[in-house]
Ligand binder design. Structure first.
Ligand SMILES: [Zn+2]
Length: 75
């Protein structure tokens, strides 16, 4: 299994850092702080999270959109 772990930059806003770090740890360990776990879906590895988890794809995307434009770079 190939795991892609993006770098966490110091200039990310704290809210982004927290969600980003949670996603990284979930990828590395297979288990998120919310209790979600790694699962295989249609040949892809996905992470399942609780609805209020900031590492959830939808929540993480919303956090990133809220902070878009505050710094130059990519997530
Ligand atoms: Zn989670």
């Amino acid at each position: 299994m190939l795991l892609v772990i993006p770098a966490l930059r110091d200039d990310y806003p704290p809210e982004v850092k927290a969600a980003f770090d949670r996603r990284r740890r979930a990828t590395l360990t297979g288990r998120c702080d919310c209790g979600g776990t790694r699962a295989a879906r249609r040949g892809r590895v996905v992470h399942e999270h609780e609805l209020d988890c900031p590492a959830r794809d939808e929540a993480f995307g919303e956090i990133c959109r809220r902070h878009a434009g505050l710094w130059k770079g990519s997530l």
